[in-house]
Design a protein around this ligand. Sequence first.
Ligand code: NAG
Ligand code: NAG
Ligand code: NAG
Ligand code: NAG
Ligand code: NAG
Ligand code: NAG
Ligand code: NAG
Ligand code: NAG
Length: 519
Amino acid sequence: MGSLGQTAVILGLCSLLTVAWGLVLGRPILHAPNISLVGYIEEFYCIVPNAPKKVAILYVLQQENQPKAFGEYTAYDGNQVNFPLKVKRDYDGNFFCMASVQNSSAVPATISDVHYFRVIEPVEGVELVSDPPSAEVFVGRGLTLTCIVRKGTHISYQWSHNGTPTAISASRQYLKQATLEDAGNYSCLARNQLNDTQVYSVSSHTFVRVKVPVSKPEISLTVRKDNDVYLIGVICSSDTGTPPVNFTFTVQNKTGRRLIFQRRDTLSASLTVPVALNRDEGQVQCQATNGDGPVDSEKLTLKVVPVGGAVTLTSESVRRYFDVVGLKLHCAVERGTFPRFDWFLNNSSLGEKEDFDIIGKDGQTLLLTTITARSSGFYHCEATDSFGINGIKSEKLFIDEKALEHVSAAAFAVVLSCFLFLVCLVTGCCVYGVIYRRRLPSVKPRPTFLSTEKDSLESEDEEPVEKEYMDDVELVNAAKIAYTEEGEVESVDEWPEIERALQISCMDESIERSDPPEH
Ligand SMILES: *[C@@H]1O[C@H](CO)[C@@H](O)[C@H](O)[C@H]1NC(C)=O
Ligand SMILES: *[C@@H]1O[C@H](CO)[C@@H](O)[C@H](O)[C@H]1NC(C)=O
Ligand SMILES: *[C@@H]1O[C@H](CO)[C@@H](O)[C@H](O)[C@H]1NC(C)=O
Ligand SMILES: *[C@@H]1O[C@H](CO)[C@@H](O)[C@H](O)[C@H]1NC(C)=O
Ligand SMILES: *[C@@H]1O[C@H](CO)[C@@H](O)[C@H](O)[C@H]1NC(C)=O
Ligand SMILES: *[C@@H]1O[C@H](CO)[C@@H](O)[C@H](O)[C@H]1NC(C)=O
Ligand SMILES: *[C@@H]1O[C@H](CO)[C@@H](O)[C@H](O)[C@H]1NC(C)=O
Ligand SMILES: *[C@@H]1O[C@H](CO)[C@@H](O)[C@H](O)[C@H]1NC(C)=O
């Protein structure tokens, strides 16, 4: 080879180097679909605009945060390269392509903008899962519902409760403090879409029960006789609670304990225990639960004693403040565990007639609020066994209109005496206050004693009593006159006793009033 040839080679090399050194590669552009479905074939194109001719450009397709490239292609003469991809679920993400001059590290590589490629995998296999799994929750407690799908990307959730869509768009929803209104059919619809026509959706639903805890059960006993056998019926019932309820009766005697279990779709359960008369057969208690903590009833003794001994009838006035508004007749029997009481006027049974109000357990009390000609006469009561062995009558008690007046007069005397007592007290205090003030002029008078007295009167009884209090002044004056007429000496002698009597009757009154009348 001659010098000419050598020169040519050198020149060639130089020109090549010049090309290489002077070369600046523009940024490539990536063309790709925005969205696709798993399994589809999609093409990603990459090109450097105005690429220098005759230069081999190497294109690499890459996904952000993925070390491995999707492919490398070389293109000449400014042609674009095409990367065909079979779409997979994890291709969802940002893509970019990189361009560089082949076999030359002298020219810096350039990178395209990122392109977000959304991969849709149609939603499949949905399940609505509740925590707790029973989908049952007590009022005030929490429950979580989760919509779980087996497959799918870019899912949106739509919840509905009893067919009405709710605002929740997450895959999970919480009932923090369940109320009864939260109960019902919850459904979750999971969906995704490729475009407006290719929409995928699945849904699932579950029924949420909101339960009320069973309330403390009431236990009661009844007795009946069946072919010479006495049977105690034990009834256990709760007022509130969502069925089913599990009831457990415990019968405990000295030698052992027996448990009887019953599951009920109602709020009550019952048990029958055969017993012998006058014998302690132990104690019975029941327990109720509907999933929350169990609640126990009181304990009752299983013992049947027939009624016996004397039946006594007592009467008691019913007051509202100082007015007598009725009479309460009370019937009691000496023995008997299951007595029933019947009431009679002039030997005819009262039953459930008007003017008469039979109240209390087993009809033990008769309440008379008005006494007219029709309701006056001889009253008596009768105690009977509910299983019908014995019937015992009380003494007769005569009651007519005067009975109420009589007690009213008695009550009035009490009012009067209390008033007198107050007058004395207030007068005493005033006198004492005057003397006290004279002795200690520098000390300020203390009106608290008087004012508390007044306050308590007003606050307790308010207007009606205050009126009564005023009306009574005349009567008090009349009473005073009566006393003076009888003679000074006697009345003076009587004062301390009267005062003591007043204190006693006032105390009686306050005791009675602390136990308010039922009417
Ligand atoms: C992709 O989305 C961009 C903007 O978000 C839009 O300009 C472009 O037309 C979309 N391309 C395709 C193929 O839908
Ligand atoms: C780049 O170099 C490789 C070997 O290193 C070679 O096989 C290939 O042909 C070269 N390509 C170009 C365009 O020069
Ligand atoms: C519950 O809701 C779903 C969807 O809203 C409905 O298909 C289903 O019949 C409902 N079930 C009941 C028991 O109402
Ligand atoms: C939705 O996408 C499919 C598949 O890519 C296509 O065949 C169909 O025409 C598209 N529909 C609309 C409304 O874009
Ligand atoms: C006590 O209860 C057990 C079991 O219910 C019963 O077998 C036993 O006869 C009872 N004993 C008495 C003394 O009642
Ligand atoms: C009630 O009894 C049934 C049947 O024995 C049982 O399966 C259930 O767990 C019980 N429920 C409660 C709240 O104890
Ligand atoms: C009620 O009956 C008894 C005897 O049964 C009788 O002596 C009495 O006179 C009767 N009383 C009235 C008011 O009828
Ligand atoms: C009950 O008997 C008494 C006395 O015989 C009589 O005064 C009264 O009116 C009678 N009462 C009724 C409601 O018949």
